[in-house]
Design a protein around this ligand. Structure first.
Ligand SMILES: Cc1ncc(COP(=O)(O)O)c(C=O)c1O
Length: 481
């Protein structure tokens, strides 16, 4: 319904009241400051955040679109890229740009491989990239945007990438391979050295998605963790994405995309010389580029220093270890694969413990839980602050598991059936259509709140699928299968 709030007020409102209203709304969001959420926010210390805000504010109005007007920002970007390339063992001729985040870095890499092939490999008519099924969804997005087919390599035992399957998928249309270091869904690092050997053998590119690990794995390695080489040290690696706004502890809107040399990066650039607005050149996707996030990223790298990153890595590694050991001690639960750093997922191997019902129980105890599918599991990404809440989390988890084990109906109440059905529903096209309908409701004129279990028929799960899955679940329980 249209209200006055949907129109710009005729006169500016009281600034204190505006801020107060914003605070009220913010208080209804997840309270990440309590360390009860495990994604979306990366936090070093409150003092560091204040420092980032100061750096951001200094360049609040500046625009990285024009490096001639704002040479300061060009300096920050250049130095941030060089620091990142050095950290990831790029040679002197490694190059790159800053971007607004992991998704943009990945999208640019895909576009770059496509455009380079258009120039140098005209025989490639239907470009493809071979990616592990656990590669970040941004590759699918890039594939859709840039018309590059993403071909999926499966996993084998222990949630490891199936290298033989990956090799079999390489063909004459392959632009590049992808490996993650580590991947998002289960935190495993793909075997980058082996992928590098394929890249050299078949003369294709290799992009390493180190959005999560780029500013973490080097420190873990220095601390003596057994991290297989994943960066430009590996022959065959042609590009790496690494997010400053994750374990680089920068402000949001900051990542880098790096290439082994200018031979790749030049295909990322956009130049158009016939626009009435002037000859236009741009290194990445946006036009206007936020000066604040470029400046804050440079400030973060310098403010943290090696000592800051190392100290955080110690805490995150230790905290992850405590989480993983604690979860594996709880009967019926197991961690997926053998994730080496701060990202992992766990599920249940006990039929009586529905993991989505466990997630609901944890939510009731005040935790913000990330649910995943294929297989159904719970996902965590560890920050230094989580060191304070590990014991409480594990205690609540043990309680939650017991509650679910004792209640055979747990999987049929709360949001568990919705997640379960969405993950298991056979008609993926129908699920996709319903999710699109939900998005239309959310971004339509009424701007509805997102809700998996909405009562107005805009559920993510089509009603017939829901009915069938409920029937199947009921039958399975009756027959105890
Ligand atoms: C491995 C990996 N790559 C890429 C991304 C995308 O990053 P962003 O959300 O900054 O676009 C993520 C996000 O979590 C990720 O985990």
């Amino acid at each position: 319904m249209e209200t006055d709030r949907m129109k710009i007020p005729p006169m500016g409102l009281d600034k204190h009241e505006i801020l107060e209203e914003m605070r009220v709304l913010r208080d209804q969001d997840i309270a990440w400051e309590d360390n009860r959420a495990f994604s979306l926010v990366f936090h070093h210390t409150d003092a560091h955040t204040e420092f980032l805000k100061s750096a951001h504010n200094l360049f609040f109005s500046e625009n990285g679109l024009n490096p001639m007007a704002f040479k300061s920002l060009r300096t920050f970007e250049h130095e941030a890229v060089r620091m990142s390339a050095n950290l990831l063992n790029g040679a002197e001729d490694a190059v790159g740009t800053m971007t607004t985040g992991g998704t943009e870095s990945i999208m640019l890499a895909v576009k770059t491989y496509r455009d380079r092939a258009r120039k140098l490999m005209p025989w490639i008519r239907r470009p493809e990239m071979v990616i592990p099924i656990t590669a970040h969804v941004a590759f699918e997005k890039a594939g859709k945007y840039f018309d590059v087919r993403m071909v999926h390599a499966p996993l084998t035992e222990g949630y490891r990438l199936d290298l033989r399957a990956m090799e079999r998928l390489i063909n004459n249309n392959t632009l590049a391979l992808v490996g993650s270091a580590p991947n998002y869904p289960n935190g495993m690092i793909d075997p980058i050295e082996e992928l590098g050997a394929f890249a050299e053998k078949y003369r294709v590119g290799l992009h390493v998605d180190a959005c999560v690990g780029g500013f973490f794995l080097p420190w873990a390695e220095r601390l003596g963790k057994n991290i297989p080489p994943f960066d430009f040290r590996v022959p065959g690696v042609t590009s790496v994405s690494a997010d400053l706004h994750k374990y680089g502890y920068a402000a949001k809107g900051a990542s880098v995309i790096l290439y082994r040399g200018m031979d790749y990066l030049r295909h990322q650039f956009f130049v158009y010389v016939n626009w009435p607005g002037g000859v236009f050149a741009s290194p990445s996707m946006p036009g206007t580029r936020s000066g604040g996030s470029i400046a804050a990223a440079w400030a973060a790298l310098n403010g943290m220093g090696e000592s800051g990153y190392l100290a955080n890595a110690v805490t995150v590694l230790d905290t992850t270890d405590r989480f993983i050991k604690g979860i594996e001690r709880i009967q019926g639960l197991r961690v997926l694969g053998s994730p080496p750093v701060g990202v992992f997922a766990y599920n249940s191997f006990d039929k009586r413990i529905n993991i989505y019902a466990v997630a609901d129980e944890m939510a009731k105890r005040g935790w913000h839980i990330d649910r995943q599918q294929k297989p159904p599991c719970i996902h965590l990404m560890i920050n230094p602050g989580h060191a304070k809440i590990v014991d409480q989390y594990l205690q609540d988890l043990e309680d939650a598991v017991e509650t679910v084990r004792d209640n055979p109906h747990a999987a049929l109440s709360g949001s568990a059936p919705a997640y379960g059905l969405m993950a298991g529903a056979p008609m993926r096209g129908l699920v996709e259509k319903n999710v699109l309908d939900m998005m239309e409701a959310m971004y339509g004129p009424e701007g509805k709140s997102p809700d998996l279990q909405s009562k107005d028929g805009k559920s993510a799960i089509p009603a017939p699928v829901m009915a069938w899955m409920r029937f199947r679940a009921g039958l399975a329980r009756m027959l105890n299968i």
